[in-house]
Ligand binder design. Structure first.
Ligand code: ASP
Length: 308
């Protein structure tokens, strides 16, 4: 769905891309009103991020504010709309990485932090560590005065029914954002509730730097979504960057190779979004659909839910 295609092909440095998860997303399974809600929310998020970049704000701020909009919506598997684990509880994972200094922050298994992406960013900017989990991460969030909520805040009927039905379809919905600002700084972030019915403190790829999230100003930024175990095994996000850095691939070719040959090759499914150092956007997935939107360096905004 093309909402608007502007303009005069003037190139900006700035560009932004988001995903709201990949999976079995078929038009016939989604009501018109749900489709409209998803498109509107993706539009709100991508437009906010683009506005911030246009005002001269950093890609870090754009990524955080864009992901917060998606986390605050019940439509995606992140923040408010996160899936339930096998114990009927919500546990969130998130990460963010900055491409200019390769600094990063990540958290996993938090159950009361309203916006996990802000926790990841606070860990990056205000702690001596990079990756915090569970109670410790929650205590750090309290110390940083981040918004704390009861676990019930995350409980939605839609996700609870998914747990009861243990339905494989529509289990995805992780959110992610990659942006490049006017200074050429690339930032990538990812936030998720993980997989429905996850057990034993399971952690997926989303909070793992190099798997779910990676950013390097000299190559690209990537945010992944899909069957996390496979993205960890293929070091998916970093592998794309490495193909650019070490093997002269362009972004599209590198993402194609990782998603279809590496991840697909061992039975994994999902997709990723990316931006390279020249502000080119690429999106790749091997599932039937992926919620995604971007504003490219020409200022053209596009939003898609299903196959290309
Ligand atoms: N990659 C996420 C995870 O494995 C799930 C998803 O993207 O839907 O936790």
């Amino acid at each position: 769905i093309i909402l608007f295609g502007c303009n005069n092909r003037d190139e900006n440095k700035i560009a932004i891309v988001i995903h709201g998860g990949a999976g079995i997303i078929l038009k016939e399974n989604i009501s018109k009103s749900k489709e409209d809600s998803i498109i509107n929310k993706l539009d709100e998020a991508i437009s906010k991020g683009w506005e911030l970049l246009k005002e001269g704000k950093s890609s870090e701020i754009a990524v955080i504010e864009t992901i917060k909009i998606l986390e605050n919506s019940p439509l995606f598997n992140a923040g408010k709309g996160s899936v339930f684990n096998s114990e009927g509880k919500v546990e969130n994972d998130a990460s963010i990485m900055r491409g200019n200094d390769l600094n990063a922050g990540a958290s996993s298994g938090t159950s009361n932090v309203k916006n996990p992406i802000t926790l990841a960013a606070n860990i990056m900017n205000h702690s001596e560590h990079l990756f915090l989990s569970g109670k410790g991460a929650e205590n750090f969030a309290k110390n940083r005065n981040l918004e704390i909520v009861d676990n019930e805040y995350f409980h939605t009927k839609f996700r609870y029914n998914q747990l009861l039905n243990k339905k494989g379809e529509d289990k995805y919905g992780t959110v992610g954002c990659v942006a490049i600002d006017g200074n050429g700084n690339i930032v990538a972030g990812t936030s998720t509730g993980g997989m429905t019915n996850k057990k034993w403190g399971r952690i997926g790829d989303s909070p793992i730097i190099g798997a779910g999230t990676y950013a390097n100003n000299s190559t690209c930024g990537i945010s992944s979504t899909g069957s996390g175990e496979y993205f960890i095994r293929t070091v998916a996000a970093y592998q794309v960057s490495s193909l650019l850095e070490n093997h002269n691939y362009d972004l599209k070719k590198a993402m194609y190779r990782v998603v279809h040959e590496k991840i697909g090759g061992i039975g994994g499914d999902g997709g990723m979004i990316g931006i390279d150092k020249n502000s080119n956007i690429s999106i790749e997935f091997n599932t039937q659909g992926m919620y995604r939107a971007y504003v490219n360096k020409y200022g053209e905004k596009e939003i898609f839910l299903y196959e290309k």
